[in-house]
Design a protein around this ligand. Structure first.
Ligand code: GLP
Length: 263
């Protein structure tokens, strides 16, 4: 696992965006570059930088296919808290050459959620898998909507959200946890870990415990993020604020090993 510690959120976002852009640019295969994407506040800086590079003609998305991590059940595309809306509002609508048909987001209004999730897995496989899955993390260490005790082998499916997660996410729903959907469709931990590379953004004091559990904790379904320790291409991009609960030797180790390594 790589842990790339940046001074602040802006530098973390720039580093992560440059890493992704570099992967897209250097992708020489006939098949498209397949990029997994998250929602949340953590990736917004990355999206802004990728949009900037795209609009400046430095980065093309013409040969990129995307798969989003998750979607609330019961919110349609027009709902301003649906992840479909978030992704278009914060990212896709601003790209000059992203093909709408290359955007994949789970449909939270699907009448048959299980069929929707099975089809999503099949579609990912039809592209030869995901090249790079970017993710965020919950304060309880969840990746996508894989709450504590979700199997580390889980695949795309229906998830029940914990009260804690609904409280945390209620900031987008008028601070009323009851307004946060109780269910979501989500890729599984196994789906994320099947990607060739996984990059998780971890920033801010409130994620310090999750970062420590991801990097130093035991591999356990209690912290689904810990599955990344078994991945051969896992990168944590984080800021200083999130490092508050790392042991000093871990913190120093990663600063040392990443020194002079630009991407
Ligand atoms: C939600 C999403 C996760 C995301 C998490 C953290 O629960 N399902 O994919 O990582 O929020 O969001 P934020 O980046 O806003 O802290």
């Amino acid at each position: 696992m790589r842990v790339v510690i940046q001074d602040n959120y802006e530098k973390m976002s720039k580093w992560a965006a440059d890493y992704i852009a570099n992967k897209i640019r250097s992708h020489k295969e006939d098949r498209p570059f397949v990029l997994g994407l998250p929602t949340g506040s953590s990736p917004i800086g990355v999206y802004q930088e990728l949009v900037r590079q795209n609009q400046a003609g430095e980065l093309s998305f013409a040969n990129v296919v995307t798969f989003n991590m998750d979607e609330y059940v019961g919110l349609d595309h027009d709902h301003d808290q649906s992840y479909w809306y978030f992704m278009h509002d914060n990212f896709f609508n601003h790209l000059v050459d992203m093909k709408p048909e290359n955007i994949n987001i789970l449909n939270g209004m699907a009448t048959d959620p299980e069929a929707e999730c099975a089809a999503y897995e099949e579609k990912i496989a039809s592209y030869g898998g995901i090249d790079l899955f970017m993710g965020g993390i919950g304060v309880d260490g969840h990746i996508a909507f894989n709450e504590p005790y979700t199997s580390l082998n889980s695949r795309t499916g229906l998830r029940k959200l914990t009260t804690d997660t609904r409280i945390v996410n209620s900031r987008f729903f008028g601070n009323d946890p009851e307004k946060v959907p109780a269910m979501a469709l989500s890729v599984g931990v196994g789906t994320v870990c099947d990607a060739k590379e996984v990059m998780i953004l971890i920033n801010g004091h409130n994620k310090a415990r999750a970062l420590a559990k991801t990097v130093e904790g035991d591999v356990s379904h209690k912290w689904t993020c810990s599955a990344l320790q078994l991945h051969n291409g896992a990168i944590i991009a984080c800021d200083e604020e999130a490092c508050g609960e790392l042991t000093v030797d871990t913190y120093k180790y990663f600063l040392d090993i990443e020194r002079d390594q630009r991407l």
